[in-house]
Design a protein around this ligand. Structure first.
Ligand code: BGC
Length: 510
């Protein structure tokens, strides 16, 4: 997940080469993102597989085989089934707090190792599950892994990467999430074809591959200079800085890290600091962006696409390959974002996507409302394809806007002394609302039927208005000029900048 990364622009450029250690870091970013994406994508396919349902959710299995029992919209309305998906996010949000302690006290490397081990154990529980308890314990362990990984990996990367590739690494992480989701969709498609009855075990077990990569990776890498210096290992920190930068003269960067750590140590309570008036705009925007990101309804599709397509009357096979198509659109559209984000700007992408998401969801709501009733389904082939196209249009617009920008904007707007605490709050808020959607969507679908998509499109309307009035453009603005050029100029947020005058020592930005 997008855990959000450090600076994307601005900051001093120190002498640095792309050393093997930096390359290993990219691989770690890849495995962390893949792992998270894989977990997002795998559950929906697995929960639509008859063999899996028969074993763990026999009532849902009966409904699936005989829709006259529960009606089209309520086939999958089961708290346990939703718990299978959502428990991961609940564990992740609780783990985030422990992880913020271990990242500080034990370092990034150890925290990543803990994440890798949790992933491995969780995967084993899932693949070997013989009852629902084992399945949920496995998901909880994976969730703890996500909490630890998402706290440590972004920090690790932003501290290891030379400034000029930091932004690219940020999007790389999001891109890898989408690739992880796609791989999971493809694997589900493949394993659903197995007649052995344990295809779902292979789907869940293959999460062990990125988990192993992360575990081995974290054994190989060294801890970051920042983390070593933070824990008083100054000489070791300097030596590591030389190794990762591949140059001898690291004194200027070393002194800056020491100074940054000294300043950070002065802030006794980072969360209280976050509540200062001048941090209000960034805090509100970071939290609202997470809530909005989840209320686009994206994870209704990412978690439950195969289930949703079955609700629409697609056969099991067609549902799984439709999920593959939406997964592919997700990856490709994230690449569009990489290309456009610094050219078209953040606001432009968010506003365009708002319109596109609104129209696509309303289209789905109208077609479903007219054609798919509780006990009848007149969708037909042509309209079925139209719904798939509309879902793809929705996913595409999400993937070049709220997907990556939901993480990028908070990471580039928090003042340096508020960044780390701010990121934890952003991750926490995201996990909380991801949990809410995962736990509620299938029940909401059962009760609200097609109008669930009207519900999400109403949210899209609200977030687009929020963007128009309250999210400033941060394209090409160096981090250290954010206060002067962005916040102090904004029609609404400028009123929160007055405490800079009251407290001149409070340097807001880098
Ligand atoms: C969101 C996830 C979502 C993913 C889809 C991320 O930015 O945080 O909740 O599943 O995008 O690609």
């Amino acid at each position: 997940m997008a855990g959000g990364f450090g600076a994307t622009t601005g900051g001093t450029e120190f002498e640095a080469k792309i050393t093997p250690l930096v390359i290993i870091s990219c691989i770690m970013a890849a495995s962390g993102g893949l792992m998270f994406g894989y977990d997002i994508g795998i559950s929906g396919g697995v929960t639509s597989m008859p063999d899996f349902l028969k074993e763990f959710f026999p009532t849902v299995y009966k409904n699936q085989q005989n829709p006259t029992l529960s009606g089209n919209y309520c086939k999958y309305d089961n708290q346990g089934l939703q718990m299978f998906t959502s428990s991961l996010y609940l564990a992740a949000l609780i783990a985030t707090f422990f992880a913020s302690y271990t990242t500080k006290a034990l370092g990034r490397k150890v925290t990543m190792l803990i994440a890798g081990i949790l992933f491995l154990v969780g995967t084993s529980f899932n693949a070997a599950a013989i009852n629902l308890a084992m399945l949920i314990i496995g998901r909880l362990l994976l969730g703890c892994g996500v909490g630890f990984a998402n706290q440590a990996i972004p920090l690790f990367l932003s501290e290891v990467a030379p400034t000029r590739i930091r932004g690219a690494l940020n999007i790389l992480f999001q891109l890898n999430i989408t690739i992880g989701i796609l791989v999971a969709n493809l694997i589900n498609y493949g394993t659903s074809k197995l007649t052995t009855g344990y295809g779902w075990r292979i789907s869940l077990g293959l999460a062990g591959v990125p988990a192993l990569l992360l575990t081995i990776g974290s054994l190989i890498v060294v801890d970051t200079p920042s983390s070593l210096i933070e824990r008083g290992k100054l000489e070791q920190g300097k030596a590591v800085l030389r190794r990762i930068r591949g140059v001898n003269n690291v004194e200027p960067e070393y002194l800056e890290i020491v100074e940054a750590n000294r300043a950070a140590a002065e802030i006794k309570n980072p969360f209280q600091n976050l509540l200062k008036r001048r941090n209000r705009p960034t805090l509100v925007i970071a939290m609202m962006m997470q809530i909005f990101q989840q209320f686009t309804g994206i994870n209704a599709i990412m978690f439950y696409a195969p289930v949703l397509f079955q609700t629409l009357g697609f056969k099991s096979d067609a549902s799984l390959y439709s999920a593959v198509i939406t997964g592919l659109v997700n990856v490709l559209s994230t690449v569009v974002s990489v290309v456009l984000v610094d050219k078209a700007g953040r606001r432009m992408l968010l506003i365009e996507a708002g319109l596109q998401m609104f129209l696509s969801q309303m289209g789905v709501a109208i077609i479903m409302g007219l054609k798919v009733k509780d006990f009848t389904n007149n969708l037909g082939h042509g309209l079925g394809i139209l719904v798939l196209i509309l879902v793809c249009s929705f996913v595409a617009s999400f993937a070049w806007s709220w997907g990556p920008l939901g993480w990028l904007i908070p990471s580039e707007t928090f003042a340096v002394e508020a960044r780390s605490a701010g990121q934890s709050i952003a991750v926490f808020t995201n996990m909380l609302f991801t949990f809410v959607i995962a736990q509620a969507f299938l029940s909401m679908l059962c009760h609200m039927k097609a109008s669930i998509f009207v519900f999400f499109s109403a949210w899209v309307l609200v977030m687009t208005l929020f963007t128009i009035f309250l999210i400033p453009e941060t394209k090409n603005i160096p981090l250290d000029e954010m206060t002067e050029r962005v916040w102090k100029q904004h029609w609404y947020w400028k009123r929160f900048m007055d405490d800079y005058e009251d407290e001149p020592m409070g340097k807001g930005q880098v």
